[in-house]
Design a protein around this ligand. Structure first.
Ligand code: IVH
Length: 716
């Protein structure tokens, strides 16, 4: 590392002047600079161990910029000039997906799959058998390839589903990804999975070990690590493969069925999975699942289940999406991987909501190719051998330190302790006593009725809760403050510099005086302090949903925060509604519950957070520091006549189920309420409509029938 730093410094001074560079030299120089700047960023931002002076770093950036100005066509996709102070993990440019990249909901057994098929038919109001495609679920990472007029123009990872990383240069190095395709629609986004075969993975690890480089735990990590390389020449040396299984934006439909579309992608030159079959109904789906499961070990690449998709694309369109998953597809996962090992200790972690979570510290063991040394034990009942409702689990066997335990992991989820072998229990092993006081702050830890989890009552007095809340606040999907990660938050909290989110915005005025204090710390130079304050300033103007998510209110995840923000539009309207909803009844409460994805538990958690004096005061101190951007209503279809309107459906719908009608209305930007009030804009009344239609008449609310409704949404 030190040697590299010295060579970087030397390069900066003894170079060919930019105006004397040839095109070929310039290309090489840009590649070198991109690498060197990325390495410097990694040292600086991630490891907090700068390896070059600020002046040397600035000189590299300036030279890069000067070369790009002279040779704009040679600017790289991973150009450092696009990465304003970016941390290495963010070294890729961002691409906003024209059509969101979603994930799949999971089925773990036949019952779940039956429920999926029934829900599809219920939603569509269809009794007949539905045809589904069934294909392996590849254990890799998804990629979206955009072709315009047949040429590959960009490639993006899934990212958060809305925005992914620009890995175009890397995708061009993958043999299975054609640069040009003939006979495709003008715009075609091909989606699929990048993966590495078992043989290539093993050979790569051998090569890496020989060179003293990083080895990978499994083919999936190897594929991800190889695709997400700032230096695409590294990707070139890594044998990645690609199966196409779907699409995003298309300027003309590929086919009328999923099977047809897959065949079309194949004819365009993409590899599609040879185990893709069309299945008429549940029995055929299950038969194909078992057939794939039997071949799993000999496929030569990792799969972790089977994906089923409604074959008829018109039905797929009608079924549409929930907030993060399609209604028309599901992943049927293979049973989890298992291993046995010794339980060395049980530690208690305190999370941001005060939950005391027991963590099993294990004798390291390989489970499905990954070394596991920690696993969750869920909660105290689970350790004791009871379910949350008091019934026996594991035949009532409790788990004790020293026990021989079975660990399992399914996909990416945290490994779990599943079972215990009483025959191997060491003599003298004692039942685990779950603490009734917080191990971090000593406050009482209590369980509320119906709650499986014991929680610390210390609130923000509890350092663990306060720190976890702050870490959540600065996390990527919340305030995402560059240079202020988990490590820095812990450091600043320990020093008493920040206790709550609002303090972050006072850091500069309190401690930035000459930046002496920050500068004197290990790992903080003047440049990093300056950058930090700038990054904080940048986040004073921030979208509503990020603020709401960042508060870390129990049950309010990123998706819910977005839906809530879109529903209320402005922060002030939202807070006023929370105050009004505090009585847990009336229009504001009903309105909150009517938001798709907001249930009673989340609604309670929200209004409670705003009703508690200390928490409210802390939120207000934060909000005073911010300019909160209003949220746009979630209208995806252009020209929707019902965007922002409140609709009520009543009576029987004959050509569309109620669920479909509600989902369509919401997708077009409307709110669907359960009862008619002065706030209702439109009532859709089918046969048998009673009191709601009457009330609409009395209030003079516009009322239409199902045909009117279908006419209104036709073509949208
Ligand atoms: S279809 C709307 N098909 O699984 C979502 N996904 O758990 C469409 N995956 O993000 C996804 N093999 O990365 C689909 N044959 C397959 C797949 C597959 C693997 C991945 C994909 C997705 C994840 C969801």
């Amino acid at each position: 590392m030190t040697a590299r730093a010295q060579s970087l410094g030397g390069d900066v001074t003894g170079e060919t002047p930019v105006d004397q560079l040839s095109g070929r030299e310039a290309r090489g120089e840009l590649e070198r600079l991109a690498q060197e700047i990325a390495a410097a960023n990694a040292a600086y931002h991630t490891r907090d161990a700068p390896e070059m002076s600020d002046a040397a770093y600035d000189a590299l950036k300036q030279r890069n910029q000067a070369i790009e100005a002279r040779f704009p066509h040679l600017k790289r996709d991973d150009s450092p000039s696009e990465q304003v102070g970016a941390a290495p993990a963010e070294g890729f440019g961002k691409i906003r997906h024209a059509v969101r990249m979603l994930s799949l909901s999971n089925a773990f057994d036949e019952g779940d799959l039956r429920e999926f098929d029934e829900s599809v038919r219920r939603y569509l109001g269809v009794e007949a058998t539905i045809a589904y495609t069934a294909e392996p679920k590849i254990d890799g990472l998804s990629l979206s390839l955009r072709y315009e007029s047949g040429a590959l123009v960009s490639a993006a990872t899934r990212g958060d589903g809305e925005t992914g990383e620009n890995v175009t240069a890397n995708a061009r190095e993958v043999d299975d990804i054609p640069e040009r395709i003939e006979g495709a629609p003008g715009v075609l986004e091909v989606r699929g999975e990048v993966y590495m075969s078992h043989a290539d993975f093993e050979a790569l690890n051998v090569r890496q070990a020989e060179r003293g480089g990083k080895t990978f735990a499994n083919p999936r990590n190897a594929a991800a690590g190889s695709l997400r390389q700032l230096d695409a020449t590294i990707t070139r040396d890594r044998p990645l493969r690609f199966f196409a299984y779907g699409w995003g934006e298309v300027s003309a439909p590929l086919a009328e069925t999923q099977m047809g579309a897959i065949a079309r992608l194949e004819s365009l030159g993409f590899r599609t999975n040879p185990l893709t079959r069309l299945c008429a109904g549940l029995d055929e789906m299950l038969a194909h699942y078992h057939a794939i499961e039997e071949q799993r070990a000999t496929l030569g690449y990792d799969i972790d289940g089977v994906v089923y998709k409604v074959d008829d694309l018109a039905l797929q369109k009608r079924l549409g999406f929930r907030s993060t998953t399609p209604r028309w597809a599901i992943a049927h996962k293979f049973p989890a991987e298992l291993a046995w090992t010794r339980l060395l200790a049980i530690d208690i972690q305190v999370g941001r909501t005060g939950a005391l979570s027991p963590v099993a510290r294990l004798q390291p063991v390989t489970v499905g190719g990954v070394v596991v040394s920690n696993a969750t034990l869920h909660n105290e009942d689970y350790i004791a051998g009871r379910s949350n409702t008091g019934e026996e689990i594991r035949g009532g066997k409790d788990i004790r330190v020293g026990d021989w335990v079975q660990v399992y992991r399914a996909g990416d989820v945290i490994p779990k302790v599943a079972d215990v072998d009483l025959g191997k229990r060491p003599e003298g092993a004692e039942p685990f006593v779950f603490p009734d006081h917080c191990p971090e702050c000593g406050s009482a830890a209590i369980r509320e009725e119906g709650d499986a989890v014991r929680r610390c009552t210390g609130g923000l007095v509890c350092p663990a809760q306060a720190v976890e809340k702050l870490k959540h606040f600065v996390s990527r999907k919340a305030f995402d403050i560059e240079g202020l990660g988990a490590k820095q938050v812990e450091q600043f909290y320990r020093d008493g510099w920040i206790r709550e989110p609002a303090d972050i915005f006072h850091l500069q005025e309190r401690y930035g005086e000459g930046m002496q204090q920050l500068r004197n710390r290990e790992g903080w130079g003047e440049k990093s302090a300056r950058n930090l304050f700038e990054a904080i300033e940048e986040k004073r103007r921030i979208p509503f949903e990020r603020v709401l998510f960042g508060l870390g209110i129990r049950h309010v995840g990123e998706v819910a925060a977005r839906l809530i923000a879109q529903h209320y539009g402005t922060w002030d309207a939202f807070v006023a509604a929370m105050d009004e909803a505090r009585v847990l009844e009336g229009p504001a409460w009903e309105d909150l519950l009517a938001i798709d994805g907001v249930g009673r538990v989340m609604a309670m958690s929200l209004v409670t957070a705003f009703a508690q004096e200390a928490e409210r005061a802390s939120i207000e101190r934060l909000v005073r520091e911010l300019e909160i951007e209003p949220a746009e209503p979630p209208v995806r279809a252009e020209g929707s006549p019902i965007a922002g309107k409140t609709l009520v459906f009543t009576g029987t719908m004959e050509r569309m189920t109620r669920a479909e009608a509600k989902a369509r209305a919401e997708a077009l930007g409307a709110k669907v309420a359960g009862s008619v009030s002065a706030r209702t804009d439109l009532v859709i009344a089918g046969p048998g409509a009673g009191s709601k239609a009457k009330k609409a008449m009395e209030l003079g609310v516009e009322t239409i029938d199902e045909d009117g409704w279908l006419g209104m949404i036709e073509g949208l």
